[in-house]
Design a binder for this molecule. Structure first.
Ligand SMILES: Cc1cc2nc3c(=O)[nH]c(=O)nc-3n(C[C@H](O)[C@H](O)[C@H](O)COP(=O)(O)OP(=O)(O)OC[C@H]3O[C@@H](n4cnc5c(N)ncnc54)[C@H](O)[C@@H]3O)c2cc1C
Length: 297
């Protein structure tokens, strides 16, 4: 079997893991201080890329998350910041940090975790089997495929309701399956809301054909062309979960200097739980930059 050759090890002073708002903002600041560092991760995997039109930010009205994060990344690339979109598969923590990607090792004295959050899978029957076969976890990416079609959205988060609103613009009909909760935020009249869905099951042979739902003891069968799973965000902590202190909600615990419980390992942005928006992630990065720069010069 063909095996891609390994690339040469990279040695650097600091690595930022995560190319979301927090990671890229930090990279921009560190670059101004002429430090030797890398940023790893893909901006297209960041939450902003999935956010659609941004709300409650100081950015101009109508700013779209995907375009904006791409422009942030382009800016730091033009400035010459060393970067790779490779995913970090694992990290050894010793005197130095050794980060393993598919083909390469990166060795650094300090690491900043800016790994953010991903949306939870809900674990209902059919979710895994029909994923990418009519089930999607990104309404912003996939909504053009469902123009004039009947779709469902399942979850119980502010972003679930926003996904339903977005889909309602072009779809023929949108069913919102409000999962195990009866507190639904305002959604437009075009959306059929199913409150307090206790159970949901997706069915279909090659592709999704519909869902069976159980709501307050009543069963229903709804035919659909697509289903969007928009669960709650959970922190991306797999690289360090058995090694650093976590908060009660499983975010990475940090002190006032953005230090984790491991020396020279910092964390910023949504992975810490103390940021949940664009502006908060950006502010974290700006404050952390001051501290990190002082520690390196
Ligand atoms: C659907 C949705 C809508 C939203 N709408 C808004 C809004 O309107 N206004 C607002 O202010 N906020 C909004 N937010 C929240 C906002 O997007 C986040 O608070 C902010 O983007 C967090 O940035 P971050 O850099 O901390 O994390 P993230 O954006 O999650 O970025 C994390 C980065 O780390 C990378 N990564 C993770 N693990 C690894 C690894 N092992 N190796 C390499 N890279 C890794 C990821 O690929 C990604 O690039 C929304 C979020 C979502 C999901």
């Amino acid at each position: 079997m063909f095996k891609a050759p390994s690339l040469e090890d990279v040695h650097t002073d600091l690595i930022i893991i995560g190319a979301g708002v927090a990671g890229i903002t930090l990279a921009k600041q560190l670059n101004q201080a002429n430090l030797d560092f890398w940023i790893m991760g893909s901006p297209f995997e960041s939450q902003l890329a999935k956010a659609g039109e941004l709300q409650n930010t100081n950015l101009p009205e109508g700013t779209v998350g995907l375009d904006f994060i791409q422009s942030m990344m382009d800016e730091i690339k033009e400035l010459g910041v060393k970067n790779t979109t490779s995913q970090v598969k694992s990290m050894d923590i010793g005197e130095e940090f050794v980060l393993h990607t598919f083909r390469q090792k990166f060795i650094a004295k300090k690491v900043v975790l800016a790994t953010g959050c991903k949306q939870t899978k809900l674990g209902f029957p059919g979710e895994k089997e029909l994923f990418h076969k009519g089930i999607s976890d990104c309404s912003v990416c996939d909504f053009p495929l469902y123009q004039d079609k009947i779709v469902g959205v399942v979850g119980s988060h502010e972003y679930t309701a926003r996904a339903a609103e977005l889909l309602a613009i072009g779809c023929k009909q949108v069913h919102l399956f409000w999962y195990r909760s009866d507190e639904v935020p305002f959604v437009s009249e075009k959306i059929i809301v199913h409150l307090k869905v206790d159970q949901i099951e997706a069915y279909g042979d090659e592709i999704i054909e519909g869902v069976k739902i159980l709501t307050s003891g009543t069963e229903d069968n709804i035919q659909l062309n697509g289903l969007f799973v928009e669960g709650n965000p959970i922190p991306n902590i797999s690289l360090v979960k058995d090694q650093v202190s976590l908060t009660k909600e499983s975010y990475i615990s940090i002190d006032e200097n953005f230090q984790t419980s491991i020396e020279n390992l910092y964390a910023i942005g949504d992975v810490t739980g103390s940021s949940k928006t664009y502006e908060e992630a950006k502010l974290h990065a700006i404050k952390a930059a001051e501290i990190i720069i002082k520690s390196m010069i």
